[in-house]
Write a protein that binds this ligand. Structure first.
Ligand code: HEC
Length: 132
């Protein structure tokens, strides 16, 4: 078999396996680096406050526009989204495409692995900002 064909076969075998692997410490560390892109506007963890954007504790499972005391755009508030991992991945790739009219000014993260790592980082925090 050609080296290229072998490589293609190998990656076809490996990528579905990667998709079901639980988050590793490396993923979370990489996700924390990615989180630096969010920190100008968002906080997470115990005592996290709303800044330019709402705090992001317990995000996965949360309903869009539901943080107390944060003044969302109408677009976000009425988007009817519940943030599961798939919807979050779609959103963070291109926030304005997923929620037209959102006031989150962020170009998006295009790399799927980076999104998975960032999700692993975010998922550590429950709704009170405690690490699970
Ligand atoms: C320049 C500021 C800014 C940056 C950078 C930013 N955000 Fe936001 N984000 C916002 C604002 C403002 C909103 C509120 C949007 C609205 O009401 O339309 C928001 C909303 C959100 C929401 C919806 C929350 C909810 O309760 O419905 C998520 C999820 C989110 N941001 C995740 C992220 C992540 C993850 C990053 C980093 C990769 C990021 N944001 C980077 C400003 C920002």
């Amino acid at each position: 078999m050609h080296a290229l064909a072998r490589l293609a076969l190998l990656s076809a075998l490996i990528s579905p396996a990667l998709a079901v692997l639980p988050a590793s410490a490396q993923d979370i560390a990489a996700g924390e680096r990615s989180w630096n892109k969010c920190r100008a506007c968002h906080q997470i963890g115990e005592g996290a406050k709303n800044l330019v954007g709402p705090q992001l504790n317990g995000l996965i499972g949360r309903h869009s526009g539901s943080v107390e005391g944060y003044s969302y755009s109408a677009a976000n508030k009425s988007s009817g989204i519940t943030w599961d991992e798939a919807v979050f991945a779609e959103y963070i790739k291109d926030p304005k495409a997923k929620i037209p009219g959102t006031k989150m000014i962020f170009p998006g993260i295009k790399n799927d692995k980076e999104i998975l790592d960032l999700t692993a980082f975010l998922k550590q925090y429950d709704k009170d900002g405690k690490k699970l």
